[in-house]
Design a protein around this ligand. Structure first.
Ligand SMILES: [Zn+2]
Length: 160
């Protein structure tokens, strides 16, 4: 994607606009530092609206597969992302904390005249990444990689 869509968040919500994005690795440089995008495609949908209580929001849907390196066996595994998050738009900085106190499990975003949607999506994907990517318990491909007995210089003894 060569043009990066930018929205005025409040206008976007008020007019109930919607925007579909198809992003590739080249668009998401920060994300691809840490992972590979499966099939090199991230699809996202951003929709604006107003809640029944009058609060403007942006809904963000992301569908993607990320390939990560397991920090235990250094094998690769895929993490499916299928997220659907609502962001309440706060007009001022001090409203950010107020809204998140009132509405738990809801994200907030500060009203912006020019919100870069690609950044917005990338930020959300970065948050979805595990701090330490690991296969599920017992799912590692080649646990012998970290078998301490194969590494005589390792000072730690096996606890078995
Ligand atoms: Zn593993």
């Amino acid at each position: 994607m060569t043009n990066r869509p930018v929205i005025d968040t409040l206008e976007f919500a008020k007019k109930e606009q919607t925007q579909d994005l198809e992003l590739r690795s080249v668009d998401l440089a920060r994300l691809t530092d840490e992972s590979t995008i499966v099939n090199d495609i991230v699809t996202a949908n951003i929709t604006g609206g107003t809640q029944t209580d009058g609060k403007p929001f942006i809904d963000l849907k992301i569908l993607s597969g990320l390939r990560l390196t397991c920090q235990r066996c250094l094998g690769l595994f895929d993490l499916q992302i299928n997220s659907n998050s609502r962001f309440i738009i706060a007009l001022r900085e001090n409203e950010l904390s107020e809204v998140s106190l009132e509405e738990q499990h809801v994200n907030t975003v500060l009203a912006e005249k020019e919100l870069d949607l690609v950044d917005f999506v990338e930020e959300e994907l970065l948050l979805a990444l595990p701090m330490v990517p690991l296969h599920g318990e017992g799912k590692c491909e080649s646990p012998r990689l970290l078998d301490i007995e194969t590494n005589p210089t390792n000072p730690f003894k096996r606890l078995k």
